[in-house]
Design a protein around this ligand. Structure first.
Ligand SMILES: CC(C)(COP(=O)(O)OP(=O)(O)OC[C@H]1O[C@@H](n2cnc3c(N)ncnc32)[C@H](O)[C@@H]1OP(=O)(O)O)[C@@H](O)C(=O)NCCC(=O)NCCS
Length: 156
C-alpha cells in the first residue's frame, strides 16, 4: 500500500537520498557525469532543507516498509521535482503523486500547472495532458542541456 502525504522535516534525508538514487539510475544515459553530480548535489540534506522552505512537497510512502518511494512538489503553479524510486517505477506510484498534486492545484483555484521537463520526463507529462510551450537551454556545472517548458490547463 502506498500512501501520499505531506513531507515532514524527518523525511528530508530519505527523500534527498531517494532523489539522488533516481537521478543516477534514470539520467545516466542522457547527461554527462558532471551534470548528474551537480543535480545530485542539490539534494544533499542542507540544500534540500532550503528548497523545502519554498516548495511544498508530497511524498509516497510504502506503508509496509515505511520508506519514501516517490516525491512531487509544487511552488505557485509550477511542478517542482517528480521522482519515483527506480525499484517502484512503472507501478502506479507516479500516477498517485501526480493525481494528488492536481487535486491540490484545483482546490487552490489554479488555472494551470507549469513545469520545465527533461527529455526523459516529457513523454509522461504529455501523457498527463501537458503541452510543450517552448524549449529552454540551461547551463549547470559548465554543461548545457535543454528542457521544455510545459503547461497543463486545469478544468474544474
Ligand atoms: C517520471 C516518474 C516520476 C513516473 O513515476 P512512475 O511511478 O514510474 O509512473 P507510473 O507507473 O505511475 O505511470 C504513470 C502513467 O504514466 C504513463 N507513462 C509512464 N512512462 C511513460 C512514458 N515514458 N511515456 C508515456 N507515458 C508514460 C504510465 O503508463 C501511466 O499511465 P496511466 O496512469 O494513465 O495508466 C518516474 O518514472 C521517474 O522517477 N522517472 C525518472 C525521473 C524523471 O524522469 N522525472 C521527471 C522529471 S523531469
Amino acid at each position: 500500500m502506498i500512501k501520499i502525504r505531506k513531507i515532514t522535516p524527518n523525511d528530508y534525508k530519505q527523500a534527498g537520498d531517494m532523489i539522488k538514487r533516481t537521478i543516477r539510475a534514470s539520467f545516466k544515459s542522457l547527461y554527462p557525469e558532471k551534470l548528474i553530480q551537480a543535480f545530485c548535489d542539490k539534494h544533499d540534506i542542507d540544500k534540500f532543507r532550503q528548497v523545502a522552505k519554498t516548495v511544498e512537497f508530497f511524498v509516497a510512502e510504502d506503508q509496509k516498509t515505511q520508506k519514501i518511494v516517490g516525491i512531487i512538489g509544487i511552488k505557485d503553479d509550477r511542478l517542482r521535482r517528480y521522482f519515483v524510486d527506480p525499484n517502484y517505477q512503472g507501478k502506479g506510484v507516479g500516477r498517485l503523486l501526480f493525481d494528488h498534486l492536481e487535486v491540490v492545484a484545483k482546490k487552490r483555484g489554479l488555472q494551470k500547472i507549469t513545469l520545465e521537463g527533461s527529455p526523459l520526463g516529457q513523454p509522461i507529462y504529455k501523457h498527463f495532458g501537458f503541452k510543450i510551450i517552448k524549449s529552454i537551454t540551461k547551463e549547470r556545472a559548465g554543461v548545457k542541456y535543454t528542457d521544455a517548458v510545459m503547461e497543463k490547463t486545469l478544468k474544474s
